[in-house]
Design a protein around this ligand. Structure first.
Ligand code: 26Q
Length: 810
């Protein structure tokens, strides 16, 4: 970074420690130094932030508002320094002050305002938008408590509150001047003025929405975009004396509403729960974001009809879908547009991304709950639905099936996906296979009605965080081989292909992998107290715990392998460390029991001297963005083993690939495209195809009992769930897992078992051929270019948002 002066940076840090903590630098704790360094870095951000926003305003550039209930940002300091291109300079400055930058970075809590894939994708998108010079806001909620911290006690998951704001957030800026009011409850009255009917919202409860802005720094281009997260404050602090009884009650309720609404992130991943508070959260941040966006638009534009030319609201799944109705409310009630006019603008301003085909994740709100909480918005949804149903009937006269499958209001429910599709000009899936399944099955009727609305945008990840920051050794190596162009143009890594068969390069690459494995081994020793051998295969499955992701298949196979080794201790087998990391939604019983099983299996196997440490099982506690960065860099094998057709895309798969791990996976989600890029000879693919799975489902499933009865290996591991092998003799502990596998096996775990075990064998054998293994993993890194979120965002920007790049000079 050109405007970085090491000596003045050191002075800034020393001064910040004084001002913030009344201490000299040698008295300060590492955490205090973290704060001081962050403020010193913020000094370099702020002028760029102001300049960027000025440049956008001058150009009156079209802006995308990425509306998301989740932004899984992780830590900011390291990423901010990377993107300002001052990481090495700060490292040196701190070393001269006697501090280790790694230790300083470790002081920062993760901003875990998300569950998993969907939230992390939003974070990667913000990084790419800023890096590609696109005007964008992320809009979300400033949860007081983010994703819970996971502790493992006696093998069980315990959830601990994540008080991430405890010591303040040095990078955020409160913007009280931009507060807006959001209204809940009450009723709608009609008033007639000058011959026109007006809808007036009465007797409501209001909260003040207060924005906090976080800087999103583009890589080396002076761009600083904004992630705006909304806090809630009560409209009036209630004063015991100044209210009559009714007013007092209302004041208390309003204050409680403000307190509750932003209190905590719902920790459900890919699972809908129809909680009223969740709907309050959705409307709260949507209404605040849309109101603010319209106010800003009107500052620079005279005609509201220009809105679609200047603004897109991108809906991150159905969670912010109420945007469609809220925008209608503002256009009709506040801008006084006619319905058709308003609807035309709305449908050209909103766009929707679908992230899941899992039926249990579809949002459907009971009409009475929705109507009571949002009476005016509900009236609008009702009218949208009335007109939409007319359109369906017009297209398919007399076909009630179509109405049943497509209506927004049906069976006493508000179907959020249907509202999102009806009110959007674009509907996209997140990987080719996923989009095809949406078109052919899940959303077939909508596709048939308006095929041009549907498109695919295969997900991506940011190489700035997941290679440049997470894996500095490999990043430096790649830069030495092909230059640093890959940092903003990932396909440049293709230049590495020619080194894949080069003996010297192979050794360099594998030495780096080894060092990263040592780093992870040290982390595991420190956090789990388990010794693992960096020479063993690191086989890794890290992701949210969900039955469809099939951690059960993985652990059942580990149990099987252990049986084999016990029976045949001299079996030809490359030592393997099976690494798991996963949080289970707090109310998801089967998922929590699976965590207990993994830990129980780990206990038995890790303490059995007879297998000479050939298998180790490690469950990494509290998997999150910051330790993910260490884990991906150290992996040899990437477990992507979802039931085909269930994982919309996956993005962990891309992070492993980029860091030189081979995929062991099903033909699901983006795995299909990974294999397309790297070649099937450089991946280990197994299991039913999506088509086969869907055919079984159509025909009512299959009989897992047949497999149990005919496959002795499978029978043995299943029996071990209920014979006390992994539960100190307790035959009931894992009974529910046994029952659901043997009776139903909804996720085809037994069906895919043999094929998975065979793929594992192929992996183990392939690892022995050092030269070929090196070639395979190097080709994975070299072929990861497609999976940059820069590519994804260019596609969104050109094909959906129609954005133009804005240059920023200081
Ligand atoms: C819904 C209603 C009430 C409470 C919670 C929810 C909820 C919360 C989170 C529903 C779904 C989610 C998260 C979904 C998710 O992360 N989907 C993943 O999105 C990734 C990015 O596109 C894909 O790569 C994954 O395949 C997909 O599972």
């Amino acid at each position: 970074m050109a405007d970085f002066d090491k000596e003045s940076f050191k002075k800034d840090v020393i001064n910040n420690v004084k001002n913030l903590f009344r201490k000299t630098i040698d008295e300060a704790t590492q955490e205090q130094v973290f704060q001081a360094v962050s403020y010193a870095v913020k000094d370099h951000i702020i002028d760029r932030w102001i300049a960027t926003q000025k440049a956008y305003e001058e150009k009156n550039a079209k802006t995308v508002y990425y509306l998301s209930m989740e932004f899984l940002m992780g830590r900011a300091l390291g990423n901010n320094m990377i993107n300002l291109t001052c990481y090495e300079q700060v490292k040196e400055a701190l070393a001269e002050l006697g501090f280790d930058l790694n230790v300083i970075e470790d002081q920062e809590p993760d901003a875990a305002l998300g569950n998993g894939g969907l939230g992390r994708l939003a974070a990667c998108f913000l990084d790419s938008l800023a890096t590609l010079n696109y005007p964008a806001y992320g809009c979300g909620i400033r949860y007081r408590y983010g994703m819970f911290k996971q502790a493992i006690e006696n093998g069980y998951q315990i959830e601990k509150p994540d008080n991430w704001l405890k010591n303040g957030n040095p990078f955020e800026v409160k913007r009280p001047e931009y507060e807006v009011e959001v209204k809940f409850g009450g009723y709608v009255a009609t008033e007639c003025r000058e011959g026109k009917n007006y809808f007036v919202h009465k007797d409501y409860q209001a909260v003040r929405a207060i924005p906090y802005d976080l800087p999103i720094i583009g890589y080396g281009n002076n761009v600083v975009n904004t992630l705006r997260i909304w806090d809630a404050e009560p409209v009036q602090e209630f004063n015991l004396n100044s209210f009559d009884k009714g007013e007092y009650q209302n004041a208390v309720e309003q204050a409680n509403l403000a307190r509750n609404i932003v209190e905590v992130l719902y920790p459900n991943d890919n699972h809908y729960s129809g909680k009223e508070l969740r709907l309050k959260q959705q409307y709260f941040f949507v209404s605040a974001s849309v109101q603010r966006a319209i106010l800003k638009f009107k500052e620079n534009n005279a005609d509201i009809h220009d809105l679609p030319n200047k603004v897109t609201f991108q809906l991150n799944d159905t969670h912010p879908t109420v945007t469609v109705a809220e925008l209608m409310r503002i256009l009709v009630d506040e801008e006084n547009l006619e319905w058709d006019d308003a609807w035309d603008i709305t449908c050209r301003t909103c766009a929707y991304t679908n992230h899941t085909i899992m039926a249990e994740a579809l949002e459907k709100w009971p009409i009475d709950l929705f109507q009571k909480l949002l009476p005016r918005v509900y009236q609008i949804v009702d009218e949208i639905n009335r007109r939409f149903v007319l359109k369906i009937e017009d297209m398919y006269p007399g076909n009630q099936d179509k109405v049943r499958s497509m209506a927004i209001l049906y069976d006493g429910q508000v179907k959020m996906a249907h509202l999102a599709i009806a009110g959007s000009y674009s509907v996209n899936g997140v990987a080719k296979l996923h989009t095809e399944i949406l078109k052919k099955r899940e959303l077939r009727d909508f596709y048939e009605m308006r095929p041009e609305q549907f498109n695919n945008k295969t997900n991506g990840i940011t190489q700035r965080r997941f290679l440049l920051h997470a894996n500095p050794l490999l990043a430096d190596w790649a830069t030495k081989k092909v230059g640093d162009g890959w940092i903003t143009d990932l396909p440049v890594l293709e230049g590495l292909k020619k080194y894949a068969t080069d003996k010297k390069a192979q050794k360099e690459f594998m030495d780096i992998k080894y060092k990263n494995k040592v780093r992870l081994a040290e982390y595991i020793k420190e956090h789990n107290g388990i010794d693992v051998d960096p020479n063993s295969i690191f086989d890794v499955q890290v992701k949210r715990l969900h039955e469809y992701k099939r951690q059960q298949l993985n652990i059942l196979h580990v149990m099987h392998l252990y049986n084999e080794l016990k029976a045949n201790p001299d079996m030809d087998f490359e030592p393997t460390t099976f690494i798991f990391g996963a949080k289970a939604a707090a109310g998801y019983k089967t998922a929590k029991l699976t965590i207990k099983l993994i830990n129980s299996v780990a206990d038995v196997i890790n303490n059995d001297k007879s297998i000479k440490g050939k298998i180790k099982v490690v469950f990494i506690e509290n998997y999150r963005v910051s330790n993910a960065e260490i884990i991906f860099a150290a992996a040899d094998v990437s477990e992507q083993i979802s039931t085909a057709s269930r994982e919309a895309s996956g993005t962990g798969n891309m992070k492993f690939m980029l860091n030189g791990a081979v995929t062991l996976g099903t033909m699901d989600g983006a795995n299909v495209e990974i294999v397309e890029e790297v070649g099937k000879e450089n991946a280990f693919i197994f299991g039913l195809s999506a088509e086969e799975v869907m055919k079984y489902e159509k025909d009512g499933g299959y009989y897992p009992m047949d497999i149990y009865n005919s496959n002795p290996k499978v029978k043995k591991v299943l029996d071990q769930l209920v014979d006390g092998t992994y539960s100190n003799g307790d035959k009931e502990l894992f009974r529910d897992l046994y029952d659901s596998l043997v009776m139903k096996d909804v996720y085809f775990t037994l069906k895919d078992f043999d094929s998975y075990a065979d793929a594992q064998k192929r992996v183990n054998k392939a690892y022995k051929d050092k030269a070929n293994w090196a070639k395979m993993v190097m080709l994975n890194t070299a072929c990861a270019g497609k999976f940059s979120s820069d590519r994804t965002i260019e596609e969104y920007a050109q094909e959906i948002w129609k954005l133009e790049k804005v240059e920023v000079t200081l």
